[in-house]
Design a protein around this ligand. Structure first.
Ligand code: FAD
Length: 754
């Protein structure tokens, strides 16, 4: 051991001596990043675990005066037992999610320095410790410790129920948990307006009744009560012989037994939540179809809830390929790899109609041929719209949601289609795939991470994939992994605003869709029968089982595509012509330089109106009138608003530019004439002009003159005057010189005379 560590040390020191300063810097940076990221992920729970994270900052607001009871786990993130317990606690949080208004789960990491004082205040000396805090707790409440740590979720649930029964004050959201009687039932029905009253008959030691009461806590139009097997009156009145069993009891003493596959908590809860009129609180009013904002074509389509529809899958592809991917103008790096994988699994496993398969295959082989580092969406879209005219290849345009319809326009639809698509692809890959059992899940993870528009959804999904995708080691595992993670999402978002009240989030498939998928353990706990779930999924998502109602006929799809292609070509031609005309109008014209601007302008207008050839329908195509904008012949072609606005804007600009150019040149000519009259040499300043050719600022003419004055440009008169003055002054100087010289000589002569 010692030797091993010595070896390791010497090797690392060798490496250290070898490493350059740059390497050291990179290592240092990586270490810092690791520290930061580990600090960020220090706790054992994340927000998606539905466990409230307690810290020094929030513990008072969470624990003091809360309207619900709270169970808190005090743990240390380094403690092995806490790590082992965390999956149980997370499972418990998912299992009793519906109990939330009455009881909540929380956790605090005592290994975090900031939290240590809180843990000390609560007398925590060992980890993990669970404490129960009743509703409306006081500031000095330290909670009641659970005896021992329960690794069994059922035992934990039972312990929580017992603590809840003893609490005072009672959480307002919690219904009565004690057994009921005939007298109480009569009063209840008189004073309450619930549609269904469910009575669970059970032995005194059973927790099923209380669990179901809490499971239905958030649902309207139903109340659940427990009746003990010792209540002879009620047992005899309803003729109950089996415990537990559930009966629906109505006003006037009518009753009926609730039909379930297995007499157990989960089965009762599933069945009661599915009763007519029963809906999550606040959602029942919304549970009607809102057709007000839909067009006639989009009216509700009747469908079979237990079937997958090809219309949903095609709609998903339309939205994903034409809308979601279009938000990415260029694909590079990881995004490009993800795109390739996505298109590849679609081409391989999508059980589409021939025209769609032709298109997906041509898209996939085109992507394979792209050897560069990037692919533009524009290029991809040309293949998608089949501009290359591959025979009989098309992706139907638009969406036609059927089993993914939402009762309101913002509910279900595309995300529902995405789940359906990938479940179906995992099934197909098992049937036809090669050796890579994770091919579809990797493609899905890549797509969701890079392109799925709902970013928080993508982040949650990525986290789930990072945590557990490695567990999937066979095709069967991959199918079941996606199924179970989808159920986790269903659990987490049950009751959220995005839940369609007509399609409540449940653990899927419910017993009425697949009875054999559900079973119970010896202790009565619900258990999924994974083999049956696999069989069910393989059948439910199999291509043979997919319904083709509401699909547009292939010939119609192809005809529409051709029509669209021709329209695009026509539009392209129009744009090209407009562009050429613009370029022509913008190009410098020598004739204009020679002072023929006005005539040229008129000629241009005439030219614009001249036919340049027949169009597809034999009509004369006219050159677009750019300058002067003469009215065009009325045509039926589709107007591209962008280019039309652009054209008219550009035409106006060109007009302004041309007229200002004409004006500028006229001014320039006048100035030249005037300057030449004054004998000035014109030095044209380099005046900046805007995009219309209009010079910057006013008074540029004045600036021109000043510029010529400041340079060498003197007039002829100036020069003549200068020369005359020069001559005159030199003559004066010469005369003065001669005068003084003569006088000097005369004086010398006088002095030398005797
Ligand atoms: P969906 O959950 O979309 O299910 C579609 C259909 O699949 C159902 O009608 C049913 O027939 C079938 N189905 C249901 N459960 C399963 C299952 N376990 N296995 C196989 N088939 C099943 N929304 C959020 O608010 N928060 C999120 O974090 C979030 N994450 C998402 C992550 C991904 C990858 C996707 C695709 C969507 C996510 N969504 C999230 C959206 C959300 O899951 C639903 O898709 C959306 O609310 C529409 O719900 P729905 O009622 O149509 O049913």
């Amino acid at each position: 051991m010692v030797r091993y560590s010595n070896r390791a040390t010497s090797r690392s020191s060798r490496e250290r001596t070898k490493s350059s300063p740059r390497h050291v810097a990179v290592l240092g940076l990586t270490f810092c990043l690791l520290l930061l990221s580990s600090a960020a992920e220090a706790g054992l729970y994340t927000t998606s675990d539905q466990i409230v994270t307690i810290s020094l900052d929030n513990y008072k607001s969470v624990l003091v005066n809360s309207s619900s009871a709270i169970v808190v786990e005090f743990y240390a993130s380094w403690c092995g037992h806490c790590i082992a317990f965390s999956p149980v606690y997370k499972r418990l949080a998912r299992d009793i999610k519906e109990w939330k208004p009455a009881i909540d789960l929380a956790a605090i990491d005592c290994a975090d320095d900031d939290n240590r004082r809180v843990c000390t205040n609560f007398s925590i000396t060992g980890y993990p410790t669970l404490k129960f805090f009743h509703a409306y707790g006081r500031k000095d409440s330290t909670g009641r410790r659970f005896k021992g740590v329960f690794h069994d979720m059922q035992a934990l649930r039972h312990e929580i129920i017992e603590r809840m029964e003893k609490q005072d004050p009672w959480p307002p959201a919690c219904p009565p948990l004690e057994p009921t009687s005939q007298a109480e039932i009569d009063i209840f029905l008189e004073t309450n307006n619930v549609r269904h009253l469910a009575l669970i008959f059970e032995n005194v030691s059973s927790y099923v009744g209380r669990e179901v009461i809490l499971d239905l806590l958030q649902f309207e139009n139903i109340a659940v009560r427990r009746v003990l097997s010792t209540d002879d009156d009620l047992v005899a009145k309803l003729g109950v012989t089996e415990f537990p069993s559930c009966y629906l009891y109505y006003r006037g003493g009518n009753y009926t037994r609730l039909k379930v596959n297995i007499e157990a908590r989960t089965f009762y809860s599933y069945a009661l939540q599915a009763l007519p009129g029963v809906a999550r609180s606040g959602k029942s009013a919304l549970a009607t179809i809102d057709n007000s904002s839909k067009s006639i074509e989009e009216l509700w389509k009747p469908f079979n809830r237990s079937r997958v529809y090809m219309a949903d899958l095609e709609s998903t592809l339309h939205y994903s390929l034409r809308v979601e991917l279009a938000a990415h103008p260029v694909f590079t790096g990881k995004a490009l790899t993800s795109l390739r994988k996505y298109i590849s699994v679609l081409a391989k496993y999508f059980p589409g109609r021939p025209i769609l398969m032709n298109l997906l295959k041509s898209l996939s082989s085109w992507l394979d041929d792209q050897t560069g580092d990037e692919v533009s969406y524009q290029a991809l879209s040309e293949i998608l719209e089949n501009s290359v005219q591959a025979p009989d290849a098309a992706l139907p345009e638009g969406v036609r949601w059927v089993s993914c319809q939402g009762s309101q326009p913002h509910l279900r639809r595309y995300p529902c289609g995405m789940w359906t698509l990938f479940h179906m692809l995992t099934i197909q890959a098992k049937k036809f795939g090669g050796s890579d059992h994770k091919e579809v899940l990797n493609a899905m993870t890549g797509y969701i991470s890079n392109f799925f528009g709902c970013r928080p959804c993508a982040e949650h999904f990525e986290t789930m994939a990072k945590q557990s995708l490695a567990e999937a080691t066979t095709f069967k595992d991959s199918i079941l992994w996606l199924w179970s993670r989808h159920n986790r999402v269903n659990n987490r978002i049950a009751g959220a605003l995005s839940e369609d009240p007509r399609f409540p989030k449940i653990q899927w498939p419910p017993p009425d869709l697949c009875a054999d998928c559900h079973t119970v353990k010896e202790n009565g706990e619900h258990k999924w029968n994974n083999n049956q779930v696999l069989l069910f999924l393989q059948n439910y998502y199999s291509p043979e089982h997919i319904l083709t109602d509401y699909l547009e006929d292939e010939s119609v799809v192809l005809a529409k595509q051709e029509e669209k292609r021709l329209r695009m070509l026509q539009l392209e031609a129009q744009k090209r012509i407009a562009r050429e005309a613009l370029e022509k109008a913008n190009a410098p014209n020598p004739a204009l330089e020679e002072g023929e601007e006005e005539e040229e302008e008129e000629e241009e207008d005439d030219e614009a109106a001249k036919p340049i050839g027949p169009d597809d329908d034999g009509r004369q195509i006219r050159r677009p009138s750019i300058v002067g904008m003469k009215p065009r012949e009325v045509r039926e072609d589709i107007v591209d608003l962008d280019s039309a606005v652009n054209r008219s804007y550009k035409a106006k600009s060109v007009q302004v530019a041309t007229s200002s150019r004409v004006k500028r040149r006229t001014l320039q000519r006048n100035r030249e004439e005037r300057d030449s009259k004054l004998g000035m040499v014109l030095m044209e300043p380099n005046v900046a002009s805007d995009e219309h050719g209009v010079p910057d600022g006013v008074g540029s003419g004045r600036r021109t003159r000043w510029m010529s004055m400041l340079s060498i440009g003197f007039s002829k008169t100036d020069v003549s005057l200068c020369v005359i003055l020069y001559f005159m002054s030199s003559t004066c100087l010469i005369i003065m010189y001669i005068f003084f010289k003569t006088r000097l000589r005369l004086r010398r002569g006088k002095v030398s005379l005797p």
